[in-house]
Design a protein around this ligand. Structure first.
Ligand code: 5HY
Length: 266
């Protein structure tokens, strides 16, 4: 199967880290294609960044549809555009925040989230509530580390994150830690060994969830809410997103009927 891991920010180095972490857990028969958004913010650390990361992410969904991708991971802890992606993709789509929270809920009662900037903790709390984990998430903590500092080998980010995890376990009494940034994915195993509790990275969790869903033949229901969007006029700089418009995006999205593919016989 072919899983496309989408980094919705435009930083290729982060995509390479994300892709290597996904490949490290992928099953032998799974091909991981990690892609970088070609339009939008270099990192996503605000509502503004998140909103403007969605068009680029959706373009990657459209590209994935053109190569018959089996499923998608949105590799940003805000799960930007997740529901819109589910309306476009034939295969299942999972965000790393949702995946990580589900995984954490299966390895203990309570989990805490350790993320980057304090200003993003509100979004994390909103996602906790949205996904139904308010009774299981006992804390959301920020390290005050800009996302791209995680890519800087000279930064002290790893040490700061480890201490924040220790503080979260002591203060919250949580059974596990969810890492609140795709850029933390490579720290997961080391943190878990240092802390002695499960540490969940959403990139790995989402990769395995998509593998499982595809293997079960499951994809997003198109019965109602997640049916393909109704065609309508789109103007201005987003005109390429008009699903009826004769252009790259619509030629991909309209070239194939929204039908289940025959099971993979390979
Ligand atoms: C992420 N931002 O996973 C989020 C983390 C955050 O560019 N990739 C980003 O702080 O929300």
């Amino acid at each position: 199967m072919n899983i496309i891991i989408i980094n919705p920010n435009t930083t290729r180095a982060m995509t390479e880290l994300i892709g290597s972490c996904a490949r490290a857990v992928a099953a032998p028969g799974t091909r991981i294609t990690a892609v970088t958004s070609t339009t939008g913010p270099a990192s996503i650390e605000s509502h503004y960044d998140e909103a403007l990361s969605v068009p680029g992410m959706l373009l990657q969904i459209a590209e994935g549809e053109s190569v018959d991708a089996d499923g998608y991971v949105i590799a940003c802890f805000g799960d930007p555009g997740l529901d819109a992606a589910r309306e476009l993709a034939r295969g299942p789509v999972v965000g790393i925040a949702e995946a990580a929270m589900h995984a954490a809920s299966l390895v203990g009662r309570d989990f805490s989230i350790v993320t980057t900037l304090n200003r993003t903790t509100g979004r994390a709390k909103d996602l906790v509530a949205h996904y139904g984990f308010s009774s299981r998430c006992v804390g959301v903590h920020a390290c005050e580390i800009p996302v791209l500092d995680l890519e800087d080998p000279s930064s002290t980010a790893a040490t700061v994150i480890l201490q924040m995890c220790r503080d979260a376990i002591e203060h919250d009494g949580c059974d596990s830690i969810v890492l609140g940034c795709a850029g933390m994915a490579d720290l997961c195993a080391w943190l878990s060994a240092e802390l002695g509790v499960p540490v969940i990275d959403g990139v790995g969790a989402a990769t395995k969830l998509i593998e499982g869903l595809v293997s079960l033949g499951l994809r997003t229901s198109t019965r109602s809410e997640f049916a393909r969007p109704l065609p309508k006029h789109y103007s201005g700089s987003l005109s390429a997103f008009e699903l009826a418009a004769p252009n790259h995006l619509s030629s991909i999205l309209h070239s194939r009927p929204n039908r289940a593919r025959p099971r993979d016989t390979s």
